[in-house]
Design a protein around this ligand. Structure first.
Ligand SMILES: Cc1ncc(COP(=O)(O)O)c(C=O)c1O
Length: 288
């Protein structure tokens, strides 16, 4: 198993850090992440054979070996003694040293930031869960979360509202933003429902991949199979944003988020009613 731990730096599962649960793991250093360094990422493994394979993949399939390190000459870092031939399919996934140096420094601050983030999230979740129809993120037993995204679900029925979940989501986003909060949706549809997969751009050419002919991918990835994901996206919003993520927020700001959310939620019936009167109220011209 290769873990995609792109967003989860510092998260644990049954006490073990993610990224170390499988044979190998990957973390993103893209700028929105809890450990951001602009772009790039970190690949981790304890298996030398996998490390060598990963090195080949990231370096256009060159026959890179861990033993190359022994020959590395810091004065001539760009030159190797072997031929630079591609022995297999690979990519140009090399990170850059400036980003790596930045990430190393940021790594020292990560535990402290993560702790603050987890305390903030625990406090905010306890406050939001007092509101009827508001479901803050829950953390499964045995897991921890570093809250790279803080997703809040809204249940109109439990909130006593007669409105579709998606309409309530959009209304709440608008009202929270009007209160000055950072609120985003992130993706609004499951991957198979997104245009690039619907239009199948570049699909089926057989290069560089060919698909297993036995599997019916059209049924496997039919949009109708992802209704639960769509329902989740329709009824939820993300508090905080890529530019102002929870991990970077001081406790006072998080207190203000809770207060503003409470104000909006207390006014939810009026907000819903106001959309109805706006849609049924005629403009002065129409009334005339
Ligand atoms: C779960 C997951 N995997 C992979 C990636 C890709 O990471 P990168 O932007 O570093 O390529 C992301 C980025 O958001 C992600 O959320």
């Amino acid at each position: 198993v290769i873990e995609d731990a792109a967003q989860a730096h510092g998260t644990t599962w049954n006490g073990k850090p993610v990224g170390a649960l499988g044979k190998a793991g990957g973390f993103s250093l893209q700028s929105s992440k809890n450990l951001g360094a602009g772009e790039g990422g970190v690949f981790v493994t304890n298996d030398d054979a996998i490390a060598e394979e990963a090195n080949r993949l990231r370096n256009f399939g060159q026959n890179v070996a861990l033993s190359d390190k022994l020959e590395f000459n810091g004065d001539r870092p760009l030159d190797a003694l072997r031929g630079m031939d591609s022995s297999r399919i690979g990519w140009m996934y090399r990170g850059n040293e400036l980003g790596a140096a930045f990430a190393r420094t940021a790594l020292h601050k990560l535990p402290e930031l993560t702790k603050l983030c987890q305390e903030n999230a625990a406090w905010l979740s306890a406050e939001l869960s007092k509101l009827p129809g508001v479901l803050p993120p829950s953390i499964p037993k045995g897991a921890s979360s570093v809250h790279h995204k803080y997703r809040v679900r809204l249940d109109p029925k439990a909130a006593g509202l007669d409105i579709a979940p998606k309409a309530l989501r959009d209304l709440t986003i608008k009202a929270l933003r009007a209160e000055g909060l950072e609120v985003v949706m992130w993706q609004s549809a499951p991957l198979p429902a997104q245009p690039t997969f619907i239009t199948r751009e570049g699909f089926g050419g057989g290069f560089p991949w060919s698909l297993d002919k036995e599997t019916d991918f059209s049924s496997l990835y039919a949009v109708s199979r992802f209704q639960r994901t769509q329902r989740l996206l329709d009824c939820s919003l993300l508090l905080f944003s890529q530019s102002c993520p929870l991990i970077a927020q001081p406790a006072e700001i998080v207190r203000e988020y809770a207060k503003a959310f409470l104000r909006v939620w207390n006014a939810r019936a009026e907000l819903v009613a106001s959309t109805r009167s706006t849609s049924t109220t005629k403009s002065p011209e129409a009334r005339a």
